[in-house]
Design a protein around this ligand. Structure first.
Ligand code: ADP
Ligand code: MG
Length: 699
């Protein structure tokens, strides 16, 4: 038995059509169990009448033509026709489109009015098939109420895609209208399955779907086919990246004895950091470099070599890669630029280098990057002077080489969380973000992964790996190049294509990725994850020394989806003991009146202890001040730790004193933020991540 869907696709292709007509689409919908108005095709007035009789009045007639995509714009839709009107409407349509290739006239029942929604699917360059949902009619234009999910979608996604749109209340019921959300979810899931099962279908557009209090009905449908049947993409080899991060021996190809040169700095970094493995500089004109014996080519090194750092000019990279293949090296970091990011010629060169590497089973990081930093074995491929190791639990994956340079210095000198691994990705000619994520998922040193992404080559694989990683560890992503202006810059920078902002956002939600929009936010959120346990829920207590900031904090909580905890009677009682009777106790806690009476140790001490003991509080944000002639409050860190709840600090006041207090508090493992709203923002990401984890682990 042939598959009716396949048959329709084959017929369209034979007729050299990419556009499936309404009746064909409805036949497809019928075969997957999605209800729609009927898909009868009349080829004569008599047929139109007899079909109408069979369906029952009123009916709708629509022109069916591969040349007419927007039927009503072209005057090709006749609604609400009675018995007397069908003949006239039919001949009118035929006359109107006599110069077009007309297949026939669609005859269908006039659906009773419902709430109009759109269900769509399209293929995104980065993420592949994507599902879309929105309100139909004028709403879609006025409210821009559409949202996306990457296909395949889980039932939960099909629910969330609806809840996310502006105007979801309309579906839930408003002024007598309401929609059967379950029936819409069913349509969404079936469309998701359809485009997964039929890669030839490029776009689906069910517009409108009428949603009723009971059931939903597709009133119009369009589908577009892929121009060429999609070709299979060769699966990427999965490799153990131990040698990339933890090489026991490394050859520096293009090593130099001249201070300041890239090839010098790399060797110098390894030397100064005290890299634990063997270093073999490769340079045909040197006997030794920085005390290491040099070799003319990599294949003349008489020892095992795990990793090649390539810092030669791009034009010799092909020869160098051949040498590496001969030597049997399994991993390489290409530092050099002058590849795909620069010119067409560079792109070809890059492809050739990758082809040689694939053949030889070599995995490449880069080109055009600073590469790896691993404080554990003190290995780095960076050519930017690195002085410090500062090991910790945050791993960074960054598309920009800038990361292992200036930003790295910024982090190491300003932040007190340490770093577990850094991978500068460069052009991602071979290894990409997903490969590195897979490694970091299993890296015992890494608690949280921070990423800076401009473009993804294989969004689907990234999503799949990220989904697995977020079951264990949070991922925080800063993605740039999502606005059109940004995308152009990204194209010329790392030669990558940026996806659309909404689709990237949707992908993050599906994978439980924390998405941020600036380096400041990235560091704020990562710091929270690095230091703190996850909150059990989203109920937060805020303690501040001024009323104004309490209002700001309350606003921030609401904006970020955190709930201000309702205090238990015991907490209110404890707070009452330090608070003057005229002052109302509420959350956020304005502590100033208590501070005036009892000064900081007692006021903060009592308040913190009370709220942390409160079962209704999942997390705490505390603001303290650091002033020249006042004592800065010093928390009882053991008590904070014992609570098992995340506690975020905010320190304001004299710059020098703030810096000192920050170092002290963060030294004890509690993050400090300069303003209360930034602490709230960071906490909200911890809370959302908790929520995601609960959602994905519960059946
Ligand atoms: P197109 O989108 O190609 O212009 P549609 O088939 O969507 O054509 O028809 C235009 C509008 O007419 C729809 O948005 C819907 O409001 C209405 N309509 C179309 N078919 C029906 C039907 N069978 N029952 C009720 N209303 C319909
Ligand atoms: Mg339509």
């Amino acid at each position: 038995m042939t598959d009716p869907i396949e048959e329709i696709i084959v017929r369209a292709r034979r007729e050299q059509r990419l556009y499936l007509l309404e009746h064909e689409c409805k036949a497809i919908l019928k075969s997957i169990g999605v209800p729609s108005t009927s898909c009868l095709v009349a080829k004569s007035e008599e047929e139109a009448v007899s079909m109408s009789e069979a369906i029952g009045y009123p009916v709708v007639l629509k022109i069916l033509s591969p040349e007419i995509i927007h039927k009503s714009d072209a005057g090709g839709v006749k609604l609400n026709l009675g018995r007397e009107e069908v003949k006239g409407a039919y001949s009118e349509l035929i006359a109107k489109f006599k110069d077009r290739h007309v297949v026939g006239v669609s005859v269908q029942e006039m659906a009773k009015p419902g709430l109009e929604v759109i269900v769509g699917a399209m293929r995104d360059a980065t993420f592949g098939p994507v599902l879309m949902f929105g309100l139909g009619g004028v709403f879609v234009e006025v409210l821009k109420g559409v949202s996306f999910r990457v296909i395949p979608v889980a039932e939960r996604d099909a629910q969330e895609i609806m809840e996310e749109i502006k105007g979801y209340q309309l579906l839930q019921g408003y002024r007598g209208q309401s929609a059967d959300v379950a029936s819409l979810r069913d349509i969404l899931l079936k469309v998701s399955d359809l485009v997964m099962a039929y890669p030839a279908i490029k776009e689906v557009d069910l517009n409108p779907v009428f949603a009723y209090p009971k059931g939903s009905l597709v009133v119009d449908a369009r589908m577009i086919l892929e121009e060429a049947p999609p070709r299979e993409i060769a699966a990427v080899p999965k490799t153990d990246l131990t040698a990339v991060f933890e090489p026991q021996s490394v050859a520096v190809i293009g090593a130099s004895a001249t201070p300041g040169k890239v090839g010098f700095n790399i060797v110098d970094n390894l030397l100064r950091l005290g890299y634990e493995g063997e270093v073999y500089p490769v340079n045909p004109r040197a006997e030794e470099i920085l005390g290491f014996k040099a070799y003319p080519t990599v294949d003349q090194i008489p020892h095992q070599v795990d990793m090649a750092i390539i810092a030669t000019p791009a034009r010799v990279a092909v020869d160098v890669m051949r040498d590496c293949a001969r030597k049997g090296i399994k991993s390489a970091i290409i530092i050099s630029s002058g590849f795909a990011e620069e010119s067409e010629e560079g792109r070809r060169l890059e492809e050739e280098v990758v082809a040689i590497a694939r053949e030889a089973g070599i995995r490449i990081l880069g080109p055009n990057t600073t590469g790896i930093f691993n404080p554990e074995n003190k290995f780095t491929s960076s050519f930017i002077p690195v002085d410090r190791v500062a090991s910790g639990n945050v791993a960074f994956i960054a598309q920009t080489g800038l990361f292992l340079g200036v930003l790295f210095e910024h982090i190491l000198s300003s932040q007190h969380f340490g770093i577990s691994k850094v991978a500068g990705m460069g052009n991602k000619a071979d290894l990409d973000d997903a490969d590195i994520l897979e490694y970091l998922a299993r890296d015992a040193q890494t608690k949280v992964v921070a990423m800076y992404i401009e473009g993804l080559s294989d969004g689907r694989r990234f999503l799949k790996v990220a989904r697995e990683v977020t079951r264990e560890k949070p991922i925080v992503v800063l993605k740039s190049g999502t606005t059109e202006a940004g995308a152009e810059v990204a194209l010329s920078h790392t030669a990558s294509l940026a996806g659309r902002a909404e689709i990237f956002d949707a992908a993050c939600k599906q994978a439980g990725i924390s998405r941020v929009h600036s380096f400041e936010e990235l560091l704020d959120v990562v710091k929270g994850f690095s230091f703190l346990p996850l909150p059990r829920g989203n109920r937060v207590a805020v303690i501040h020394y001024t009323g104004a900031a309490c209002v700001i904090a309350a606003d921030a909580c609401q904006r970020e989806g955190l709930e201000l905890a309702e205090f238990s009677p015991a907490t209110v009682k404890a707070l009452g003991e330090i608070t003057p009777t005229w002052h109302r106790i509420r959350n956020p806690i304005d502590l100033w009146p208590a501070i005036e009476r009892h000064w900081v140790d007692t006021a903060y001490g009592v308040a913190i202890e009370a709220v942390l003991r409160d079962e209704g509080v999942d997390a705490l944000v505390v603001s303290v001040f650091a002033m020249p002639r006042w004592k800065t409050y010093k928390p009882d860190f053991d008590l904070l730790r014992a609570s098992g709840k995340p506690v975020l600090f905010c320190v304001e006041g004299n710059e020098e004193l703030v810096r000192k207090a920050t170092a002290r508090v963060e030294g004890q493992g509690f993050p400090v933020y300069p303003q209360v709203n930034r602490a709230v923002f960071a906490l909200s990401h911890l809370s959302k991540y908790t929520h995601f984890r609960k959602k994905t682990t519960s059946p």
